[in-house]
Design a protein around this ligand. Sequence first.
Ligand code: DX5
Ligand code: ZN
Length: 223
Amino acid sequence: MAVQISPSILSADFARLADEAARVENVADWLHVDVMDYRFVPNLTLGLPVVESLLKTTSTPVDCHLMIEEPDRWAPDYAEAGAGSVTIHAEAAKAAVRTLRAIRAAGARAGLALNPATAVEGYEDLLPEIDMLLVMTVEPGFGGQRFLDIVLPKVSRARTLIDKYGGEVWLQVDGGVSTETIERCAEAGADVFVAGNAVYGADDPARAVEELRNLAERATPPA
Ligand code: DX5
Ligand code: ZN
């Protein structure tokens, strides 16, 4: 799978989201939207109405990362609204298989996210139900946190499980991904890279995306 970069608008200016999305249009593969509900994580961001408005202003596919307590209830709505990818947390879902199937049925790619303390082992039987596995490389909730190196062995184990399964499942990393850390993520087998601060904290977000992409491509092991 080719390297993909998904800038997180969590580090963008929320009052100017359309402009901020435009700054990475035609450069980024996805626009990563962090939905937080003050319950699953100690932060509150935005919900479906904002995602619906954003979808109207950008041609970049939207990658919704739901850090919410009730993904089973809300995730299908994001897919129906037109998000290209909807990711739910394994720790929050009570009926993950049903919800992942509902996301796919609504026409989006289905993602499953794992917090740093959640083992990937035990989720391998769900690989046929997902299009992307998200391994969190920080505790979810805030942008600009320090990358957790301790998660890298899990990224490698996830890569091994996905390769053994043989289907097309993307492996995303999210949290603290920067020019300092992206190569280690790529070496461990990640192929979709979320970056908030590293993109929107840069003077030129589009250039930051290209820089991250080049580093990840050079560090990706040959197939
Ligand atoms: C954290 C979010 C991330 C966040 C990443 O809970 O899921 O998507 O925006 O931001 P950086 O890249 O700044 O760590
Ligand atoms: Zn995220």
